[in-house]
Design a protein around this ligand. Structure first.
Ligand SMILES: O=C(CN1CCCCC1)Nc1ccc2c(c1)OCO2
Length: 324
């Protein structure tokens, strides 16, 4: 059954949280197209780690089935992580339901999750990178596909206001113009495609051999050093701040747009969406485009989806986008 669920940005636009019903208990989860585990804050955590979060209590769910012989452990690229055991339960997101979804119950979470606003994650990458052992689990989206008109989900994540995740159909009220699609290479478990060029103002540049992934679980856009340094060269007050951990600039700056290849298509983020937050020094601001560091995989996170409706289509698979 197709459906749509509201995605609400936390006050700092770090993540978008979606209410998910698990065995009748509602938790606010971070939907993450860059990972494939559905894990929740549970009663297995220390009471101090539970503070400030909605907690999944399997003993209160009549549809919970124990699968504590299965364990999981995940580490994310930002250094955060979680681990625990498993069970199954019925999960509903908007109008889409799955029975017998593997639920990963956290008995350990890293500090950034305790201090964060979410109650866990719902992975939307390919099930090949799920961490459950001895047998990897299927994602909610994989399990839901047979009940959807089309095997797709879409992310609508406008800045500073409620967005949505659509399942089974795209919603033309959330974008302008036409959706354009690129084949996806899922061999690394991500919604990944070639991303080999960029443009900032009149400066074009190559990102030869680079790919990109669309990652709803990453806040910013993290790109090749070549592109990022070219971008901030066009911002007169910009500097790469060790204190702030990236490029900062005077908050009064008018920032340039940045465009980059997604397959043979060109995506654009308007400069107005690239002033992400205030930085440590008075009057300075932190950029929503930052360096990915080493490697040749660009991470197109929420700042990209602030300006573009993203469609993740499992038939193909392919990734599509249009200006939102
Ligand atoms: O770690 C993440 C996303 N992660 C998703 C689950 C919650 C915690 C944050 N993104 C990320 C963070 C830093 C990176 C990176 C990706 O690629 C290079 O550097």
């Amino acid at each position: 059954q197709d459906g749509s669920a509201t995605a609400s940005p936390d006050p700092n636009n770090v993540e978008y949280l979606v209410p998910v019903s698990i065995g009748g208990e509602t938790l606010n989860l971070d939907f993450d197209s860059g990972s494939a585990d559905l894990w929740v804050f549970s009663t297995l955590l220390s009471s101090s780690d539970q503070q400030g979060h909605n907690i999944y209590d399997s003993s209160k769910s009549s549809t919970f089935q124990d699968q504590s012989s299965s364990t999981w452990s995940i580490q994310y690229a930002d250094g955060s992580g979680a681990s625990g055991t498993c069970g199954t339960d019925d999960v509903t997101v908007g109008g889409t339901s799955v029975q017998g979804q593997v639920i990963e119950l956290a008995n350990q979470v890293s500090s950034s999750f305790v201090s964060g606003a979410g109650d866990g994650l719902l992975g939307l990458a390919f099930s090949s990178i799920n961490t459950v052992q001895p047998q990897p689990a299927q994602t909610f989206f994989d399990n839901a596909q047979s009940s959807l008109d089309k095997p797709l989900f879409a992310a609508y994540l406008p800045k500073d206001t409620d967005g949505a995740y659509d399942f089974g159909a795209t919603d033309s009220s959330k974008f302008t113009g036409s959706l354009v699609y690129t084949d996806v290479d899922s061999s690394n478990g991500f919604w990944e495609y070639p991303s080999t060029s960029f443009k900032v103002g009149s400066t074009s540049g190559s990102m030869s051999g680079f790919t990109g992934i669309t990652d709803t679980g990453t806040t910013l856009v993290l790109m090749s050093d070549t592109a990022v340094s070219a971008y901030y060269k066009q911002v007169s007050s910009a500097s790469n701040s060790q204190t702030d951990g990236g490029y900062v600039f005077d908050c009064s700056e008018t920032l340039p747009d940045i465009s980059f290849a997604i397959g043979d298509n060109t995506a654009t983020i308007p400069g107005s969406l690239i002033n992400f937050s205030s930085a440590s020094a008075s009057g300075t601001c932190f950029g929503g485009v930052q360096s990915v560091g080493s490697g040749s995989q660009n991470i197109y996170g929420d700042v990209f989806l602030n300006a573009n409706y993203g469609v993740f289509d499992a038939s193909g698979p392919s990734f599509g986008f249009a200006t939102s």
